[in-house]
Design a binder for this molecule. Sequence first.
Ligand code: DGL
Length: 271
Amino acid sequence: MSIDSNSPIGIFDSGIGGLTVAKAVMQALPNEDIIYFGDTARVPYGIKSKSTIQKYSAEITRFLVGKNVKMVIIACNSVSAVAKTVVTEAAENLPVLNVIDAGTKAAIKTGKKHIGVIGTLATVHSGAYKKKLLKKDESLTIKSKACPLLVPLAEEGWTDNDVALRTLSIYLDSFKKNGVEALILGCTHYPLFKKSIRKVFEQREIEIIDSADAVASSARSRLRKLNLLNSSNKPGNLSCFVSDHPQRFRELAERFLGREIPDIYIKQLLE
Ligand code: DGL
């Protein structure tokens, strides 16, 4: 079956975090329509087992395929770490991009040798970043840290208050001490803490790697290569689907994107 270039791009995450990716895709590809799915009924994913994350990811991918998307972007590191193959199978013949491949490429590009990775328990325990980074350059030193409290804080909109700063300074303490030069934000919720992370590192020079821009530019080159760029010159539309509580999602998402999102629908995937 051929893919229609004017179809939307499908992007998904466990909740609001993947909007950091959607925002970057909207900037890189302003004429593309986007269908975003946030699994707000089942967030967080990062503390769940591999098989549960795989089951949820397959359901969401099938939903996006049913919406006739032309590409699937896994805007969740936890899914990219443990369910990439499942998503690729469920996406049938569609191109699938993920944030870990993009984040790894971006980290290598910095040329830094001491790299820190923060992510969910699922991402850090999978060792996905470490394996990929070392495959590209075995001379790298990589230190990883799971930060499970950050996703609930982000979903609550607590990204720059005292609680967020205190939590970040505990999680990042070892990175401050061990001379990490670049920090990979290995969870798409974490870019929401960028300013606070800089505050915690104070004057220390650190390169912060956010895979959102990297995955957005991969999406552009992949669509161009496949001749699937949208031919329209009108601004693309963002439609969001969430599995629970659309109003709560709207408030946080509009605050984060700095614009209204008229199209937020509820789609329950719970069995
Ligand atoms: N934002 C996701 C990630 O990149 C998922 C976080 C979660 O649901 O725990 O890992």
